[in-house]
Design a protein around this ligand. Structure first.
Ligand SMILES: Cc1cc2nc3c(=O)[nH]c(=O)nc-3n(C[C@H](O)[C@H](O)[C@H](O)COP(=O)(O)OP(=O)(O)OC[C@H]3O[C@@H](n4cnc5c(N)ncnc54)[C@H](O)[C@@H]3O)c2cc1C
Length: 388
């Protein structure tokens, strides 16, 4: 693995940084304060290609690797982790349709998603099925050329403001587990769909999170993504990349917080000296930087494994997600501490970064579930190959 970014990756990083600094950073605080979902900026991101970063070019995406994606997303997240995170969820859902839907369905909807004209939600979690997602109960029953879908989804990012739901539902018997689940593309305004209130959250205020109820929602059979029974595997394949994306959003937030802390250490004086003169604080900054770089390397290793189609990619994505989201949350918390009381005040963005990054330890599989994935693999045969 080459640790240097290529010329192209450096150019993507530059373009993403310029976009983030111009179109996201100046507004991030007010999006947070006023709970604004910045749809216009998402459309602008679409014009840049950022709504279909790893979607094939033939379907209107940029056709880039997961490593390239991580380089781009980190810059967006440095400006606004919450908005960048929605962009990545949209990318994940778009990639799932682009990779597994029929040619007609792909041609119909993926170009509109990749351009940002339409927005997508990823709908897996249910009130009774979170970490144990394979126990989901939303049912899709075949009726001639249609499926009729009944059930509810909870905590769905973007719900109520997106155009397409990429939704996992049970097509098998109640006890069919992961093998009885299928994936569907559902127009978000279909008859029978209703949305709950925008959940009041600790962070991620620049994107809505809502419950979705589905009552006799009828969609054509052609809206199924992949074969009947393949839906859980498709959802998990989406999440391998999704977990790297969320980990990358943590990297961006932590990088921005660390730079602010570093600058503040030069500006702020106490006991007649800048904070930068106190060795205890120098050591804290050194540890923050060291942990951040380690986390970034793990994310890039996971991305490399995914790009290579490595059989252990899922393991590496889970390790990277667990490590990066934990470490980066701590980096932001330390950056806040280095700002003293000002870190706690909303005029500074540290507390926003902290609130935004906290949920990365919970969603797209909690960090406990990441440990479960890693431990299960290690306790299988073939441990050496898995982690070498
Ligand atoms: C802001 C936000 C946005 C979200 N967006 C989406 C979205 O767009 N689409 C979507 O489908 N979902 C979304 N989610 C849902 C998210 O993925 C789930 O909240 C998450 O998977 C955890 O499920 P749960 O909340 O039901 O917790 P539970 O599964 O009930 O877990 C509760 C606690 O128990 C732990 N736990 C559970 N099982 C085990 C075990 N076997 N071993 C050890 N510990 C265990 C968990 O780690 C957790 O700490 C979102 C959630 C939030 C908060």
């Amino acid at each position: 693995m080459d640790f240097n970014l290529t010329e192209d990756q450096l150019a993507f990083r530059e373009a993403a940084r310029a976009f983030a600094v111009k179109s996201m950073e100046p507004h991030a605080a007010s999006w947070d304060d006023e709970h604004i979902f910045p749809v216009d900026v998402l459309k602008e991101a679409g014009e840049m290609g950022f709504m279909g970063i790893y979607t094939p070019e033939a379907l209107g995406g940029m056709g880039l690797s997961r490593l390239d994606t991580s380089v781009i997303v980190e810059e967006l997240a440095a400006a606004c982790p919450s908005t960048a995170a929605f962009i990545t969820i949209h990318n994940m859902a778009t990639w799932m349709v682009a990779s597994f839907a029929s040619d007609d369905l792909k041609q119909d909807i993926v170009p509109k998603l990749a351009s940002g004209e339409w927005l997508a939600s990823y709908c897996l979690t249910e009130p009774g099925a979170g970490s144990d997602a394979a126990s989901l109960r939303t049912k899709a029953v075949r009726d001639g050329d249609s499926y009729v879908i009944n059930g509810s989804k909870v905590f769905i990012s973007g719900a109520g403001s997106t155009d397409i739901l990429v939704l996992m539902a049970r097509t098998g018997a109640a006890d069919s587990g992961a093998k009885g689940i299928s994936t569907f593309v559902i127009p978000a305004n279909s008859e029978g769909i209703s949305y709950g209130k925008n959940e009041e959250k600790m962070g991620w205020h620049s994107q809505p999170t809502r419950m979705i109820n589905l009552e006799n929602v009828r969609i054509p059979v052609t809206n199924r993504v992949g074969e009947e029974g393949d839906g859980f595997a498709i959802a998990m394949k989406g999440l391998d990349g999704g977990r790297l994306n969320i980990a990358t959003c943590s990297l961006g937030g932590a990088q921005a917080a660390l730079l602010r802390a570093r600058n503040y250490m030069h500006e702020r004086e106490q006991f007649g000296k800048p904070l930068a003169a106190f060795q205890a604080l120098q050591f804290k900054l050194a540890d923050m930087a060291t942990n951040l770089v380690a986390a970034r390397q793990m994310v890039r290793l996971g991305a490399f494994k995914l790009d290579q189609g490595d059989t252990e990619a899922t393991l590496h994505c889970a390790m990277a997600k667990r490590f990066a989201t934990d470490v980066c949350f701590d980096v932001v918390n330390d950056a806040l501490q280095l700002h003293g009381g000002y870190g706690y005040i909303r005029e500074y963005p540290l507390e926003r970064y902290l609130r935004d990054l906290r949920v990365h330890q919970i969603l797209e599989g909690t960090n406990e579930i990441m440990r479960l994935i890693v431990a299960r693999r290690l306790l299988d045969n073939g441990v050496a190959e898995a982690i070498q």
